[in-house]
Write a protein that binds this ligand. Structure first.
Ligand SMILES: COCCOc1ccc(Nc2ncc(Cl)c(NC3CC3)n2)cc1
Length: 282
């Protein structure tokens, strides 16, 4: 369909949903279709460096091409003289990290369901030579039927991209060792983050959490993994097969979804049925 030229007047602006990296996100309704979407308003002046502009362009060009039930859709974008607006899929369940803050730890059945869905999203991305590079609770939303939605492609990269280094911002907890020792990285970096994410969901904090950034970096380098009593043996096994310093030793996605912990804890039948439901409605 030819890209419609949207303006802000096409929408009724509703509740603020939160702040993305560059600006505010609102729940809005398109006046004619009554369709509910999330509108991310980015202040142009804040895109102050060519690198940020490149990152935003990359986010828009990558995410607008992606169509997968576990990846938040980018329907389109438009701008006025002050702002750039992204029309994004509205995820009614909100942000996963808020849920994790409230619940402290998630039941292994819920965590395994998210890991199964994240594997589906990552397999899809990797098949398109796209590395997300920033898998963490802050970038995950919950859609209809509790379906996981991977969002925020500001950090994703086309595999062909030569820039091997990215400036580090935000938490170091999810940083893979190859990012620290400056060597190249490939899509196996997402496997490391998947391991850190799985650990944080069932333990309540990331594996290398410490007081100072230096300590976190030291722990990432020495890769000391410790688990609380409550973590099941299957969960420990999967996590320790993903959090490996050597990227080629990390368990590939197609093996992760067949791991005993996923088989025994994720309700894959219910999740696949939910995929059917949203495929019918979209
Ligand atoms: C007291 O509850 C307040 C927050 O509750 C919600 C928060 C967010 C959504 N959905 C949502 N869908 C898409 C996007 Cl792109 C988005 N981005 C915003 C930056 C997160 N948020 C739903 C509920």
């Amino acid at each position: 369909t030819r890209q419609h030229q949207w303006t802000i007047n096409d929408f009724e602006v509703g509740a603020p949903l939160g702040r993305g990296r560059f600006g505010h996100v609102y729940c809005v309704r398109e006046k004619k279709s009554k369709y509910i979407v999330a509108l991310k308003a980015i202040i142009k002046d804040q895109i102050s460096t060519p690198r940020l502009a490149k990152q935003l362009i990359s986010e828009i060009s990558i995410q607008s091409r992606l169509k997968h039930p576990n990846i938040l859709r980018l329907y389109g974008f438009f701008h006025d003289d002050q702002r750039i607006f992204l029309l994004l899929e509205y995820a009614p369940g909100g942000e996963l990290y808020r849920r994790m803050q409230k619940e402290k730890i998630l039941r292994e059945s819920e965590a395994a369901g998210y890991v199964y869905q994240l594997c589906n999203a990552l397999s899809y991305l990797h098949s398109k030579q796209i590395i997300h590079r920033d898998i963490k609770p802050e970038n995950i939303l919950i859609g209809v039927y509790g379906i996981l939605k991977l969002a925020d492609f500001g950090w994703s990269a086309e595999r062909t991209e030569t820039n091997k280094r990215t400036t580090l911002c935000g938490t170091l907890d999810y940083l893979a060792p190859e990012m620290l020792n400056g060597s190249g990285y490939d899509e196996k970096i997402d496997l490391w983050c998947l391991g850190v994410f799985t650990y944080e969901m069932i333990v309540g904090k990331p594996p290398f959490d410490s007081q100072t950034q230096q300590d976190t970096i030291r722990l990432i380098r020495t890769n000391e993994l410790s688990f609380p009593q409550a973590a099941s043996n299957h969960a420990r096994d999967l996590i320790s097969q993903l959090i490996r310093r050597n990227p080629s030793e990390r368990m590939p996605l197609n093996e992760v979804i067949q791991h005993q912990w996923i088989i025994e804890n994720a309700n894959m039948k219910a999740i696949d049925e939910n995929y059917e439901k949203i495929n019918k409605s979209t």
